[in-house]
Design a protein. Structure first.
Length: 88
């Protein structure tokens, strides 16, 4: 019995941190990587994920604008978004 795995997009420009997240999730989910909002929307042309993990500190990515684009587009508006931060 072949079941489709859930898809997660991680938006993070920090490759070591992305690698850590991917390693934690890859056995359960199909994990996609984007280092900017532009890359995120490029991936969204091909797949609709079940979750987006968005690092709030990604350079060249305006968090508010990205969220507005996602939530006002009918195709993406129901995708849950979880914010990530490396700040302590």
């Amino acid at each position: 019995m072949d079941t489709e795995r859930s898809r997660i997009i991680i938006v993070n420009d920090n490759l070591p941190k992305f690698g850590q997240c991917r390693n934690l999730l890859k056995n359960l989910f199909d994990v996609y990587s984007a280092s900017s909002a532009m890359e995120l929307f490029k991936i969204l042309e091909d797949i609709i994920p079940d979750l987006i993990l968005l690092n709030i500190d990604v350079p060249e990515t305006n968090r508010d604008e990205t969220i507005m684009q996602l939530k006002t587009n009918e195709r993406f508006s129901n995708i849950p978004i979880v914010f990530l931060t490396e700040k302590q």
